[in-house]
Write a protein that binds this ligand. Structure first.
Ligand code: APR
Ligand code: PHB
Length: 390
């Protein structure tokens, strides 16, 4: 079998790239090791930058997002018992974000790919990229007891942090940067109305808390927790008590609690692999970088990579120019590192770091106090949150 582009991974990055290529008449195959159901079972953040929402529309997969997505013009920052609104819309001269679950976005892209009758192989085992340092790369995989081979021009490694693509690159050719954080996020989903119509990011001496949502009837809440915690340490009652202890009293007092139907603990990490291109192999999305979820940048960075990679591949096939693919890694990394900085700043400013003690808490509160009283500081926060231009 032959295809122009083989995409490894059927997450947001792989599916969005695949749809844009298909719409441009560029032949591609998506190879995914899991089942569709497993891919769609993952619970992930859902704050879309305008550029991400625009790409979903460009891919022809934006209809449901337009119907069901929640446009947000601002969010609250809470600390020292009070909360203050960051007016995204006015601070960025009219930009906003769209609250729309990543699972829904992935579902919409899968459905759009099905309607386009583009080739996807699920439960593809042992997917392996070959000869991407030459001009005739190919990918092999196992399925139904047989080994399959796809010859191609390019391979897009959209297979996430634990994927095969980055691991296939010789260690000497890749430079990784990493920071791990000494805490996790305990998150729940519950079919109760959100405590606010916008998100609330809360700094507290007991730890960070975040009030988010999936709709006006489904809430998504998080509290900072120890990496030694287990789900059984956090029955619903303890979760609701803890998040209300961390929120300002007026917010906690109006919180609707209920039974969670999803609960998970996730570690936080900052990670970047450089470069993002190795001959005919390109890394995009979590395969190349990870951000702590505090700035809601993971999905948006994956889409930003796809913007540059699709434009480069389109110029290669249609514009007969290699300029776009040659510039891909540098362009993507310039945007990645700005989002890594922003996500690191949100994380270090809002979370409890026991090792920095009472002094560290005061420094965080001073940073936040400056933030809400300085238009320049609030504007810097707002323009990073809504998304820097591609
Ligand atoms: N072979 C084939 N598929 C693979 C392999 C492999 N060896 N390894 C991983 N995959 C698949 C995974 O099963 C997953 O469906 O690649 C896909 C990668 O998807 P994501 O991890 O969602 O990564 P990405 O598309 O870059 O999207 C980034 O997703 O995980 C969130 O927080 C992250 O919001 C960010 C977004
Ligand atoms: C979420 O809704 O899951 C969410 C929102 C904003 C974040 C992180 C997670 O910064």
């Amino acid at each position: 079998m032959r295809s122009q582009v083989v995409i490894i991974g059927s997450g947001p990055a792989g599916l969005l790239l695949g749809q844009l290529l298909t719409n441009a008449g560029i032949d591609n195959v998506v190879l995914e090791r899991s089942t569709r159901e497993h891919v769609l079972s993952r619970v992930r953040a859902g704050v879309l930058e305008e550029g991400t929402a625009a790409m979903l529309e460009e891919a022809g997969a934006g209809q449901r997002m337009r119907r069901e997505g929640l446009p947000h013009d601002g969010f609250d920052v809470a600390f020292d018992g009070k909360h203050h609104r960051i007016d995204l819309f006015n601070l960025t001269s009219g930009k906003r974000v769209m609250v729309y679950g990543q699972t829904e976005l992935t579902h919409d892209l899968m459905d759009t790919r099905d309607r386009a009758d583009a080739a996807s192989v699920y439960e593809a085992a042992e997917v392996t990229p070959h000869d991407f340092d030459r001009d005739a790369p190919y990918v092999t995989y196992e399925k139904d007891g047989a080994t399959h081979r796809i010859d191609c021009d390019f391979i897009a490694g959209c297979d996430g942090y634990h994927g095969v693509s980055r691991r296939s690159v010789p260690e000497s050719a890749i430079h990784s940067f990493e920071r791990t954080y000494p805490f996790g996020w305990l998150g729940i989903l519950a079919d109760v109305p959100p405590v606010s119509h916008e998100l609330i990011y809360c700094n507290h001496k007991r730890g960070f808390a975040l009030c988010s949502m999936r709709s006006m009837t489904r809430s998504r809440y998080y509290v900072q927790c120890s990496l030694d915690d287990h789900l059984e340490d956090w029955p619903d009652d303890r979760f609701w008590d803890e998040i209300r202890r961390r929120l300002p009293e007026d917010v906690a007092g109006r919180m609707t609690t209920g039974t969670s139907f999803e609960k998970s603990i996730a570690p936080l990490r900052s990670f970047v692999a450089e470069p993002m291109r190795f001959g005919r192999l390109f890394l995009a999305g979590d395969a190349a970088h990870i951000v702590p979820p505090t700035g809601a940048k993971g999905l948006n960075l994956a889409c930003g990579d796809v913007r540059y990679l699709f434009d480069g591949l389109r110029d290669y096939y249609i514009g007969k120019s290699t300029a776009g693919i040659d510039a891909y890694s540098a362009r993507a990394l310039a945007r990645v590192w700005k989002a890594e900085r922003f996500s690191w700043w949100m994380t270090t400013t809002l979370h409890l770091f026991p090792e920095t003690g009472a002094f560290g808490q005061r420094i965080q509160e001073a940073e936040l106090d400056y933030l809400i009283h300085s238009r320049a500081a609030s504007t810097a926060l707002a323009e990073n949150y809504v998304g820097l231009p591609f």
